[in-house]
Structures are given as C-alpha cells and as structure tokens.
Design a protein around this ligand. Structure first.
Ligand SMILES: O=c1[nH]cnc2c1ncn2[C@@H]1O[C@H](COP(=O)(O)OP(=O)(O)O)[C@@H](O)[C@H]1O
Length: 226
C-alpha cells in the first residue's frame, strides 16, 4: 500500500480492493502472459510464498516438513507478503518492490523471478488480477529472512509480523494446520496457501484435504460468543 497509496483518495480505493467477502466463484484462472495485456481497468496484485524444507521432527512426534512464511496484516487478517502493482509496472518488479518494503527481502539475493510464478487468477467482481509466486530458500536463509523483517520499512505499519504456518496436525485432529486454516484470510490467500503446499509438495493432496475438512468442521461447530 505504501507506494501506491500517496493520498487519501488512493488509499480509499486500495482499501476497497481489500474488503473481505470474496467467494471462490469470484475467481477464474488466467494465463500469466495473457494477463499482462489486459486493459488498464484491471488492477494487478502479486503475492509470494517463501518457504524452506525441513527434515526436523518436533518433540520427537511431528514432522515439521518445512517453514512457510505468511504475515499478519495491519487489518488483522492473514496473507502473503506482496501488494498492488503500480500502473505500467511489470508484475514481477512490483512483487519484489513490495517484498522489500514489507519484509525487507534482499531482492538482489532472494528476488522472485518469472520461474517462481505459480498461478494467476482474476477476481471478476473487483477486476483484480492476482498473481501468485512460490520461492524456495534454504533453512538457514529462511532464518535470516525472518530476522530481517523486523527492519523492513512496513514493519509495524502494514505488517504486524510474519508467521510460520504449522504444517502438522496434532492428535485432536484440529490443532496445527486445521486450526491455522480456521483463521480469516485476505483475498484468495487461503486457497493460495493450499495450492502452494500441493505445488511445492510440502504436503500431499490427501493431507491437505483432511486438514481442510477438519478446519471446515470446526468453523461450522464454533459460532463465536463473548
Ligand atoms: O496474500 C494475499 N493473497 C491473495 N490476495 C491478496 C493477498 N493479500 C492481499 N490480497 C489482495 O490483493 C489486494 C492488494 O492487497 P495488498 O494489501 O497486498 O496491497 P497493497 O499493500 O499494495 O495495498 C487486496 O485488496 C486483496 O484483495
């Protein structure tokens, strides 16, 4: 938001894109290259999933599988780092700019490339094109990225903090990934996470489906009360 939101009118317009309530039916798949030639009435946004793999076993019980980086946004909703692409800006350049601003990514070392592109969808209702990228780093590099985010320009403003996604499920069938999935996500970030886990083979399709089922069951059974 920082670079595209320079006056209150722009900020209000950006805020509208972020309104919750998107439904799966609002999104259709789009080819990355074709999406770049859409007319100017379409707004583009890019987000990225940085991850590392791990062989570690937590408390001698749970396979860690890896570390996946997401963030708690300023609005209390979970999402991936990234943001709106400026008019005339290449999506990849926009993504790397936002990565630097939001999590302090050193783009000369760990910058995203077109090879990291995973999928693109169009939110028909909002005329918003959402590009999603995944990037693998080593466990050591992941730790450095985590520390660097505290020094990022947007830390404490747009980004309340970065978090790791738990990829295991505990014996009650809920805590771990299913409970994490029961949080509120921005845009299609929840689907992006699930698709990213499958694409990178951090989890198997059956494991993702099981976690999702458990999360949905939990959400249906637990209306919130004061
Ligand atoms: O992690 C994400 N995955 C998918 N869509 C997202 C994610 N974060 C934000 N969005 C969508 O992209 C739009 C741009 O949001 P974002 O807050 O990242 O951009 P900005 O920082 O440039 O304002 C939002 O309005 C929202 O609909």
């Amino acid at each position: 938001m920082a670079s595209s939101c320079v006056n209150s009118e722009d900020c209000l317009e950006n805020e509208e894109y972020a309104q919750l309530g998107d439904d799966d039916s609002d999104f259709v798949d789009l080819e990355y290259e074709k999406s770049k030639s859409l007319s100017e009435e379409y707004i583009h946004a890019c987000h990225g999933m940085i991850f590392s793999r791990s062989e570690k076993i937590l408390w001698n019980t749970f396979k860690l599988r890896g570390c996946v980086l997401m963030q708690m946004r300023f609005d209390g909703v979970l999402g991936f780092p990234g943001g709106l692409v400026e008019k005339g800006e290449d999506p990849l350049i926009g993504l790397n700019r936002e990565m630097e601003e939001e999590i302090g990514l050193e783009v000369n070392k760990h910058g995203f490339t077109d090879a990291d592109h995973m999928h693109t969808v169009l939110n028909k209702r909002k005329r918003l094109v959402l590009h999603f990228f995944t990037k693998e780093v080593s466990e050591e590099e992941f730790l450095v990225l985590e520390k660097n985010h505290l020094k990022a320009e947007e830390y404490g403003i747009e980004v309340m903090g970065i978090i790791r996604v738990p990829l295991f499920t505990m014996s009650d069938g809920l805590r771990g990934l299913p409970a994490f999935l029961s949080n509120q996500f921005i845009g299609n970030a929840r689907n992006q996470l699930l698709a990213g886990l499958k694409h990178t083979q951090l989890l198997k399709r059956e494991e993702i489906e099981k976690a999702l089922e458990s999360s949905n069951k939990h959400l249906a059974q637990s209306p919130r009360k004061l």
